[in-house]
Design a protein around this ligand. Structure first.
Ligand code: PMP
Length: 399
């Protein structure tokens, strides 16, 4: 969790790189596996790499939610792995349209950017926001689009999706893509029952459900696949980020057998299924795939949530503390209770400059959520230190 600047200054990283270092920097087992692979060979073409990739897929499938029994590793980024999932949905259903949440983030390639939330980003690129993307409100209980309160709302935000799809034309809709916890959109944890309702809607309307676990997968929420802990029964799952262990680029797409419809030529990249990334993923899986390790993540994640609640929740500029597993967000508001993205950015820079704590604030949504997503290996002492430095930063910025 610790980084050292050239002058020797030590920083504590509360966001595990770009949320992609589940075991922190330079985990010895992962480094050793990558070094061994590098000594043998670093790359072979994607068709020759396929059996190697398949071995990793087979291991992932042993941990995958019921019904997920096929997979591909042809990608080197989360964005193109998301595109792979969309291509599968489009090819399997013969339909084109994609439903996505207002503040979703699915990547920055043209298609992944088109199905991501922030209008300010899409506006800069004419090809973004192409037709065939249907945006629906987030399951955000704190800022409910429909001005409802959970549970008396009956999860209206989920049920309304069915109406919206009906109105737009279910005959052209291929899939609904969701993040188990909206990551860049403000660390939004959907309410109990939300994903079960989505499953039913997808079944009723004949559309596929894609879980984008690029940020939430590989143990981040306390189960290897976030879908398991969040009660999602997806047709397709996308993994990226943390699967590369020490930051090596990789993307995986897992699906129900009958959705294994892409030919190799439909989706294939020079850097996809790279041997070093596969070696890193196997070594990461050795650690994170272990139920005892995941139980520890759930326990320490709960401890982190309690600490944040105890030391930050009551501060006048903290609107909410929310999360699950090792994926937490601290919402910063002004003294008037309204989202304050400027103050959140100031907390992040104060934390880095004064307390040598590395964190980030959300880019999307209201931009006012400070992220706390440390390495899954963080000890209770590490977490005490993270929360202490964050508490001092909030205090310094907001008084
Ligand atoms: N999906 C989600 C949920 C993500 O958080 C990200 C990256 N932040 C992506 C997809 C895209 O991954 P990459 O940056 O590797 O292309």
């Amino acid at each position: 969790m610790r980084l050292y600047a050239e002058d020797g200054t030590e920083y504590l990283d509360a966001v595990a790189g770009t949320f992609n270092l589940p075991l922190g920097y330079n985990h010895p087992c992962v480094i050793k596996a990558v070094e061994q692979q590098l000594g043998l060979m670093s790359h072979i073409s994607s068709d020759l790499a396929r059996p190697h990739a398949q071995r990793l897929v087979d291991r992932l499938l042993q941990l995958a939610p019921p019904g997920i029994d096929a997979g591909w590793i042809r990608d080197a980024t989360g964005s193109t792995a998301v595109e792979c999932a969309i291509k599968i949905a489009q090819k399997a259903t013969g339909k084109s349209d994609v439903i996505t949440l207002f503040h979703a983030h699915h990547g920055q390639t043209t298609m992944a950017g088109s199905i991501s939330g922030p209008a300010w980003r899409r506006r800069r690129f004419p090809a973004y926001g192409s037709p065939g993307v249907l945006r629906v409100p987030d399951p955000n209980c704190r800022n409910c689009f429909y001005k409802q309160t959970y549970p008396s709302c009956g999860i209206l935000c989920a049920h309304r999706i069915a109406d919206i799809v009906q109105q737009a034309g279910r005959e052209s809709t291929a899939c609904l893509i969701v993040e188990p916890v909206l990551g860049n959109g403000g660390n939004i944890v959907p309410p109990e029952g939300y994903f079960q309702t989505l499953r039913k809607i997808c079944d009723d309307l004949g559309i596929l459900l894609i879980a984008d676990e690029v940020q939430t997968g590989v143990g981040r929420v306390g189960s290897f696949f976030a879908s398991a802990r969040m009660g999602i029964e997806p047709d397709i799952i996308v993994l990226g980020k943390g699967l590369g262990g020490v930051g090596l680029p990789i993307g995986a797409v897992l699906m129900r057998q009958e959705l294994d419809v892409l030919e190799p030529a439909d989706h294939s990249f020079t850097g996809g299924g790279n041997l070093l990334a596969l070696a890193a993923a196997h070594a990461t899986l050795d650690v994170v795939g272990d139920e005892g390790f995941l139980a520890g993540v759930r326990r320490r994640g709960g401890y982190l949530g309690e600490l944040l609640g105890t030391h930050l929740q009551s501060h006048p500029v903290v609107g909410d503390v929310r999360g699950v597993g090792m994926m937490w967000g601290v919402e910063i508001v002004g003294h008037d209770g309204r989202p304050d993205a400027g103050a959140a950015a100031a907390v992040v820079s104060c934390a880095r400059e004064r307390y040598r704590l590395i964190t980030r604030s959300s880019e999307y949504g209201r931009g006012n959520v400070v992220k706390v997503r440390p390495a899954l290996t963080a000890t209770e002492e590490d977490l005490d230190e993270v929360v202490d430095r964050l508490r001092m930063s909030v205090h310094d910025v907001a008084g």
